[in-house]
Design a protein around this ligand. Structure first.
Ligand SMILES: Nc1ncnc2c1ncn2[C@@H]1O[C@H](COP(=O)(O)OP(=O)(O)OP(=O)(O)O)[C@@H](O)[C@H]1O
Ligand SMILES: [Mg+2]
Length: 274
């Protein structure tokens, strides 16, 4: 079972990020600091449009910080990294490739020997429970199956960090709950660290070691706490007063009033030379 170790895999220090809008900075992230332990599971919540996906893109090395720093495995993150996998809300599978072909794609792009690619892809198919569907095309998969393939494709590199942006948002409620079990199984098996953006408080409490709630844009950390619930987290746990109290705490943090102009500290107009 994946245990949170004291070793820090990701360290975000005073992260600020602005997009440019007709030359003017449009501040999305402001003074975000957080850590992700090796093998840990962090859920990020916050109101719509606050900057959650932007934060994930920074953690993926796809957007450079305007200010502050992201460190991955002890080094500054300067761009996309082979040890970081990313899965979005939509599975984004290649429609002309089979399940096996989609899962194998990252290894093909790396130019590994054919036999090794097949062996690893087949092992991933077993891990996500899709044996018998190796040669099925994405159009013939259910939403949950397609999302499992997307997870397998992200995990085949054996990344140390898996970034998930609302990966189950397009699934119906029951399938979504099944996927929680699937994801926890994959997490235990691979010991990958996970940062997952979600709108579901129940999902966050059910899955995560740590929950961070962002404020409305420009996003700052409003609340970050370790989830004091034992594992394995069973269905019954969701109906306990303890679960209810934690859910309320998160709900209140998400719903709290937006910061006023006076709350927002002066913003660096030009990022410092790095
Ligand atoms: N490439 C971009 N250029 C300019 N503005 C952007 C860009 N990407 C995102 N934004 C803006 O940044 C803000 C935060 O967007 P982001 O997608 O990070 O929010 P979110 O918290 O993920 O929202 P949701 O919960 O709806 O997915 C929004 O106002 C959005 O319009
Ligand atoms: Mg988003």
């Amino acid at each position: 079972m994946a245990q949170v170790t004291p070793e820090t895999l990701v360290e975000v220090r005073d992260l600020h990020l602005a997009f440019r809008n007709r030359g003017e900075p449009f501040w999305v992230l402001q003074g975000i600091s957080l850590t992700v332990p090796e093998g840990g599971f962090v859920a990020v919540l916050g109101p719509s449009g606050c900057g959650k996906s932007t934060l994930l893109r920074v953690l993926a090395g796809l957007l450079p910080p305007s200010w502050g720093e992201v460190r991955f495995a002890g080094r500054p993150l300067r761009g996309p990294h082979p040890d970081i996998g990313l899965v979005f809300q939509e599975a984004n599978l290649l429609p002309w490739r089979t399940v096996l072909g989609n899962i194998a794609l990252p290894l093909e792009l790396r130019g590994l020997p054919r036999a090794q690619i097949l062996a690893q892809a087949r092992a991933m198919v077993r891990l996500i429970g899709l044996e018998g569907f190796e040669h099925t095309l994405p159009r013939d998969l259910s939403g949950g199956m397609a999302q499992r393939v997307a997870l397998a494709r992200a995990l085949i590199y054996r990344p140390r960090l898996l970034l998930l942006d609302e990966p189950f948002a397009s699934l119906d409620a029951l399938t979504r709950e099944q996927m929680w079990g699937e994801l926890l199984r994959l997490w235990h098996h691979t010991r990958v660290a996970v940062v997952m953006v979600t709108h579901s408080i129940t999902e966050a409490l059910f899955l995560a070691d740590r929950i961070c709630v962002l404020s409305p844009r420009p996003a700052r950390i409003r609340l970050c706490f370790d989830v004091p619930l034992p594992r394995p987290r069973t269905e019954d746990l969701r109906y306990t007063p303890e679960f209810g109290a934690l859910a309320r705490r998160v709900r209140e943090a998400i719903g709290a009033a937006a910061p006023t102009r006076a709350d927002i500290p002066p913003q660096p107009e030009h990022p410092p030379a790095r």
